[in-house]
Design a protein around this ligand. Structure first.
Ligand SMILES: [Zn+2]
Length: 281
């Protein structure tokens, strides 16, 4: 697939569907107000993971960033995440275009890796060891013989019905030259994660998508946020899922947890550093 025809010169920040800087400011404003409101609630109830003071501190940090005093670079900040996403997606696109100039047939795919066997109970998500999880995935990619580049992000979503968080990855992988290795990866993942966290549901630990809408798909890969996933049935009776904002307390806790993460913790990449650098020269 030749992407350069419709990608050359288009940058993510110019796409009208992307959240604008003002919308990111409004979302931060919502987060600041909710953190302060829930701080009182946390103060009155014992045994909360994050204290009243921590919620207020994060609200103050986001407020300073929203007022333009400095860039907080917190993963809980919509404004800073928006800038991070723009830079990262534009870099990836530039590297893909360069690849296509050099090897015309380089093809890519978008993949979701769902780790059903690593589901986490409701209040344990803050202890999830992401660096260790990413190391495990890198080893698996290496054992399957995937040459890279692989780029994307780690995500934790909350599933209401079994009250569990499900760790997963959304990644871009180069298909060309990796066809058999990707097959092997799919087989390994089916063995590692055979059972869905919900009863009577088929596990789909490895899902593939064509790379048809690069800017939108790469943008989706870098959401850097936690959601609640709810089930619903289509008109035809198919089981589908939709993402919602977490309940107010969990949303605030997820923000505190995101704020604790280093900027490099959620993004995932493997055999991609040199590939990304090429386009910056
Ligand atoms: Zn910020």
């Amino acid at each position: 697939m030749k992407l350069d025809i419709f990608l050359a010169g288009i940058r993510l920040e110019e796409c009208d569907w992307l959240m604008s800087e003002y919308e990111a400011y409004l979302e931060n404003d919502y987060r600041i107000k909710l953190l302060r409101k829930m701080a009182d609630h946390v103060y009155q109830s014992r045994g909360q993971r994050y204290s009243c003071g921590q919620l207020h501190e994060l609200a103050d940090k986001l407020e300073s960033c929203n007022e333009g005093l400095y860039q907080c670079k917190s993963v809980a900040c919509k404004k800073c995440n928006r800038l991070f996403k723009i830079e990262r997606v534009n870099n990836i696109i530039a590297s893909i275009l360069l690849d296509q100039e050099q090897a015309l047939d380089a093809e890519y795919g978008i993949y979701t890796i769902v780790q059903y066997s690593r589901g986490v109970d409701a209040y344990d998500f803050v202890n999830y060891d992401i660096p260790k999880d990413k190391d495990r995935l890198r080893k698996l990619l290496s054992r399957c013989g995937i040459s890279g580049p692989v780029l994307g992000a780690f995500e934790l979503d909350f599933h209401d019905s079994p009250q569990k968080w499900l760790p997963h990855y959304h990644v871009l992988m180069r298909k060309s030259g990796n066809e058999e290795a990707i097959e092997r990866l799919g087989e390994r993942l089916s063995k590692l994660h055979p059972k869905h966290i919900k009863q009577n549901r088929q596990a789909r630990p490895f899902m593939k998508q064509e790379f048809r809408d690069p800017l939108k798909q790469l943008s989706y890969l870098h959401k850097l946020a936690c959601f609640e996933v709810r089930d619903y049935q289509s008109f035809w009776g198919t089981n589908l899922t939709k993402k919602y904002r977490l309940n107010k307390l969990m949303f605030c806790e997820s923000l505190c947890w995101l704020d604790e993460q280093d900027r490099r913790t959620l993004p995932f990449q493997w055999n991609a550093r040199a590939w990304l650098k090429k386009s910056k020269v």
